[in-house]
Design a protein around this ligand. Structure first.
Ligand code: BTN
Length: 251
């Protein structure tokens, strides 16, 4: 399939790196990076997760990939849009294998049966009010057969089906989906993209428990706003939350 958004994809394979995102950012810094360059690693010594967390993945078992978007020329205010599109691409890839009970947990965790199968970390360089370059880091748990004890809500293709998968096929599908979704940056409007995102949003229109610091509360997810904040209806009102301000209380 020809790629349109990226035009040309170049996969740079590494056995081991600190973090594929860090390698991609470094490549941008030194001026050697092209739009569509992909850093793929078998292992990360210090894989980066959201909020300064680390990303767990044992050697050679999963997809650890960072895609470079150079001169993307998006407004900083459009970052939520980019996040939704990338989430949708990973979501669709996973759905190709597990169509039921796959959701996007705000802002960008991909869940199967309420367990996290993939995480996304988008890092950017800015120029004024524009995003100049973006590195889209994706960790997708494929053949992981055991997770550390503290990761009580993690899953993989293997843990769901008890069989191993070809990483390359999944990567190809993921890259196709990213190309399709990122093209929408140019073609679609925010409302349309948001509609697709909300249609598969974890906890949408259902009563869930949340945690905010030490407090646990009940609410119903009503969607997201243009700033990418989560809308949660509590007894009295609809409140908006920033990333990491609240977490879902998973069973
Ligand atoms: C999360 O915490 O949910 C985000 C996890 C993102 C992990 C991926 S693995 C490939 C890329 N390189 C990194 O260091 N992190 C991202």
């Amino acid at each position: 399939m020809p790629f349109v958004f990226f035009q040309q994809l170049k996969i740079l394979k590494y056995e081991e790196v600190e973090s594929t995102n860090a390698t991609a950012m470094q490549r941008l810094k030194t001026g050697g990076a092209q739009n569509g360059d992909i850093i793929l690693a078998g292992y990360q010594i210090a894989g980066k997760g959201q909020a300064q967390n680390t990303w767990f993945s044992s050697k050679g078992n999963n997809l650890l990939v960072s895609i470079i978007c150079r001169d993307i020329q998006l407004k900083v205010s459009q970052l939520p849009l980019l996040n939704m599109l990338v989430s949708q691409a990973v979501y669709t890839t996973v759905c190709n294998y597990f169509s039921e009970n796959t959701t996007i947990k705000w802002p960008n965790d991909i869940m199967v049966n309420e367990q996290k199968i993939a995480g996304i970390l988008i890092e950017t360089t800015l120029q004024g009010e524009y995003i100049k370059n973006a590195v889209i880091g994706i960790g997708l748990n494929v053949n992981e057969d055991s997770f550390p004890e503290n990761l009580t809500h993690a899953c993989s293709f293997f843990s769901i089906t008890n069989r191993y998968y070809n990483l390359e096929s999944i990567l190809n599908l993921l890259l196709e989906q990213l190309d399709i979704q990122l093209l929408k940056l140019k073609q679609s409007n925010f409302e349309e993209i948001k509609e697709h995102y909300e249609a598969v949003l974890f906890g949408m229109e259902t009563k869930r428990y949340f945690r905010q610091g030490e407090t646990k509360f009940e609410g119903i997810v009503k969607g997201v706003n243009n700033a990418g904040q989560l809308l949660v209806e509590t007894e009295s009102e609809i409140k908006t939350y920033n990333n990491k301000e609240i977490t879902f209380d998973l069973n």
